[in-house]
Write a protein that binds this ligand. Structure first.
Ligand code: ZN
Length: 495
């Protein structure tokens, strides 16, 4: 086995895949021809390659082990993806062509969630939501087959179950993350129920009567739209970057694709086509607070990729702990929970700031409790092969954490592969710790400090060489700690 050839081809494969996604999601071509690329590099995804790279990982040490672990995870994950590719393609095709009939008009299934969030009438929202059930039930046939196959593949690869495989591939333990979040659920229960009840008061319902569509509408928050105009999305981000001493207009390796094209993927995303020399940020501004958050989030990923040390090996530039990049996305994403930022960059008045912060922290708390519930559920889901009865467990666990009503049939749709849920949670936890550190080293208004930019640039340059646990230690913590995050939310919502 020639490890250098594998490493080189893994990099070429990654770049070709990115290019293909770029063409499709960018709206430049309809097809997404992944099969041809997998075919070209098929030797990478042979079982013998997976086993050899694993063996190599197990007997290497130090820096080499770090690199080989990342490479093994990548090869193993792609090996699995290659084997479920057919099901994924089938699923994507059905999802894209599914429609629901709203008042005699066929509407693409993929648009319905946005329509629900914008619909003022609770009755109509509920009706639209019910219309999606047959599509979901149909999707579940494929998703169930896919999930069982994933579970089988993990055993085939020599692991006890899917969760054990995920822990080995990601290089961190999942249970400690779940334990931290169990505690978070307990600690924030009271403030969550009170805040949700008062937010839902104007709809005439309590949290336990609310449904998912009510929450979509609640967090769509139309009444704040005037602070977040479509025209300001990009300028707001650029101004924020200038505050930390970075001028995006002078960064030749960043391309901002803000053009409206009919087939361009509607949500914001970042494509690191060549790290750090060509990073593309896609966004089609539509305004609203969520759009500003998306821009800040993707802008964080973009700065991270664009500032990674060029000399790093492929693994540190493209692979590694994705929670690291998500942390850099979150630190900007949550700037709208900082009153000083709202004042400086959005010109919000004091009374509006209070009202907005209340909303923004409740929004954050909801998502954290949702992901906390998801990790509890997913640990059960992936502990054994069989998934019978998990639909009921999904409903029970989600309702215990969020109180609002859940549909059992979302039990597979609401799951991301490979415990991505844990990676998001680690990023959420580390973001508060990192932000506290940056404030201590600079000033309370850290986002207006060139020194803060310097600290971040230094961290960005590492790529994803170090895990969030290692980075936390590097900046003086004992490890990941959810307490700063918990305390911040509780005190913000107690007001
Ligand atoms: Zn992200």
């Amino acid at each position: 086995m020639d490890i250098e050839k594998i490493r080189k081809d893994a990099e070429l494969f990654t770049k070709e895949l990115e290019e293909e996604y770029y063409q499709n999601l960018g709206g430049y071509k309809d097809e997404l021809n992944l099969s041809a690329i997998y075919e070209k590099y098929s030797y990478l995804f042979r079982r013998s390659t997976v086993d050899s790279v694993k063996e190599l990982r197990d007997r290497s040490e130090g820096e080499e082990k770090r690199q080989n672990s990342m490479l093994y995870s990548f090869i193993a994950e792609e090996y699995i993806r290659n084997l479920i590719k057919k099901l994924d393609e089938k699923y994507m095709a059905e999802d894209a062509k599914a429609t629901v009939n709203v008042d005699g008009k066929d509407v693409p299934y993929r648009q319905i969630s946005i329509m629900i969030g914008n619909e003022d009438s609770r009755e109509k929202r509920s009706k639209m939501d019910a219309l999606t059930d047959p599509v979901v039930e149909k999707h579940n046939e494929i998703l169930k087959e896919r999930m069982l196959k994933l579970h089988d593949l993990s055993v085939e690869l020599g692991y006890g179950n899917y969760m054990e495989m995920a822990e080995d591939l990601k290089g961190f333990e999942i249970k400690p993350v779940r334990d931290m979040m169990e505690r978070f659920l307990r600690d924030t229960e009271k403030v969550y129920v009170n805040s949700m009840n008062s937010a839902l008061e104007r709809f005439g319902i309590t949290v336990d009567e609310a449904e998912r569509h009510d929450i979509s509408y609640l967090f769509r928050a139309k009444d704040f739209d005037r602070y977040f105009p479509k025209e300001g999305v990009v300028g707001n981000w650029k101004a924020t970057m200038k505050g930390i001493g970075i001028d995006p207009d002078a960064q030749k390796n960043i391309i901002l694709d803000t053009e409206e094209r009919p087939k361009k993927y509607p949500r914001a995303f970042t494509m690191p086509l060549e790290v750090p020399d060509k990073v593309i940020l896609f966004i089609t501004p539509h305004g609203g607070q969520d759009d500003y958050q998306s821009m800040l989030h993707e802008g964080g990923h973009t700065q991270h990729y664009a500032n990674i040390e060029r000399a790093h090996p492929f693994e540190y530039k493209y692979l590694g702990d994705i929670s690291v990049s998500e942390t850099y996305a979150f630190i900007f994403n949550y700037l709208p929970t900082d009153p000083l930022w709202l004042k400086r960059y959005l010109n919000m008045g004091d009374s509006e700031i209070d009202r907005y912060l209340n909303f923004a922290f409740l929004n954050k708390l909801f998502f954290l409790r949702r992901y906390a519930s998801k990790i509890i559920y997913e640990m059960e889901l992936h502990a054994k092969r069989d998934i019978d009865g998990m639909d009921t467990r999904y409903k029970e666990i989600m309702e215990r954490g969020l109180k609002i009503r859940h549909k059992a049939n979302r039990y597979l749709l609401d799951v991301d592969d490979g415990f991505y849920v844990a990676q998001y949670l680690r990023a959420w936890i580390f973001e508060t710790q990192l932000r506290k550190h940056v404030i201590e080293k600079t000033q309370r208004e850290w986002f207006n400090s060139k020194d803060a930019g310097k600290i971040l640039k230094e961290l960005w340059s590492y790529g994803q060489k170090y895990s969030v646990e290692e980075l936390a230690k590097m900046i003086g913590y004992g490890g990941l700690d959810a307490e700063p995050m918990t305390d911040e939310i509780i005190s913000a919502l107690r007001g």
